[in-house]
Design a protein around this ligand. Structure first.
Ligand code: PGA
Length: 258
């Protein structure tokens, strides 16, 4: 039996403003207070609000973490518009997403760029949530495992065994993100199991057993418990539902009940 602590992240994407980000942060503190002993929680606000959200969390002494949705892999310099690992650390972040499907498919980030970001995040001492997942076309062509394998192999290139303690894998089938369609708990479990098998091959069975593999894609209070109840699903990355305090709280509680 594994004893992986579930992780639930709220990916706010390009939503909220100064006022709503603050009230959402305060709401999350209240709605999730009872889950902290059982679940690791983080929210990923838009970059301009990272500092505000971390100050709110600090002033309320919550253990909910703050994460950035993206960083650039270079430490500093002439990279107009980008933000570095050091900058998000200054803003109170302990976690960063890398390889989210919206960055892969809308912004056009390659596996190699994502790997550079993963290594920069780890080198900066932060935890990286590496997101992977297939498109509908790839799923229908039977390519789910092949796509995940490529994204994980390249995404984790030159990431050592020790550093895997600071990696969380988020499996997010692209066809389930923001669409209201969710992979069935069994479908998701099959893919999570395959990812864990791949991590055992790339590292060791012990490393694979410790890494948290979370699910993302239209997770809501009504389906969270059945997804998190699967053996290899260790929590979730929540988009739309993380913008609603009550829903996010219920999802955190579903993870705490596992
Ligand atoms: P969703 O997004 O919950 O709105 O589908 C999940 C994600 O993109 O992380």
């Amino acid at each position: 039996m594994h004893d992986r602590r579930p992780f639930v992240g709220g990916n706010w994407k390009m939503n909220t403003n100064a006022e709503s980000a603050s009230s959402l942060a305060r709401g999350v503190v209240e709605a999730c207070e009872s889950t902290h002993s059982a679940v690791e929680l983080a929210v990923f606000p838009p970059s301009p609000y990272l500092l505000t959200v971390s100050s709110i969390f600090r002033s309320r002494s919550t253990s909910t973490k703050v994460g950035a949705q993206d960083v650039y892999h270079q430490p500093n310099g002439a990279y107009t518009g980008e933000i570095s690992v050091e900058m998000v650390t200054d803003c109170g972040c302990t976690h960063v997403l890398a390889g989210h499907s919206e960055r892969r498919h809308i912004i056009g980030e390659s596996d190699e760029v994502i790997n550079a970001k993963v290594r920069a995040i780890l080198a900066g001492g932060l935890t990286c949530v590496l997101c992977v997942g297939e498109t509908l076309e790839e799923r229908e062509a039977g390519q789910t495992d092949v796509v995940n394998e490529r994204q994980i192999r390249t995404g984790l290139a030159e990431v050592g065994q020790r550093e895997m303690e600071h990696i969380i894998i988020a499996y997010e089938p692209v066809w389930a993100i923001g669409t209201g369609k969710t992979a069935s708990p069994e479908e998701a479990q099959t893919t999570h199991r395959a990812i864990r098998g791949l991590l055992a091959d790339l590292y060791t069975p012990e490393v694979a057993d410790r890494v948290r593999i979370i699910y993302g894609g239209s997770v809501k209070p009504s389906n969270a418990a059945s997804l998190f109840g699967q053996d290899d699903i260790d929590g979730g990355l929540i988009g739309g539902a993380s913008l609603k305090v009550e829903d996010f709280g219920l999802i955190a509680k579903a993870a705490a009940a596992e």
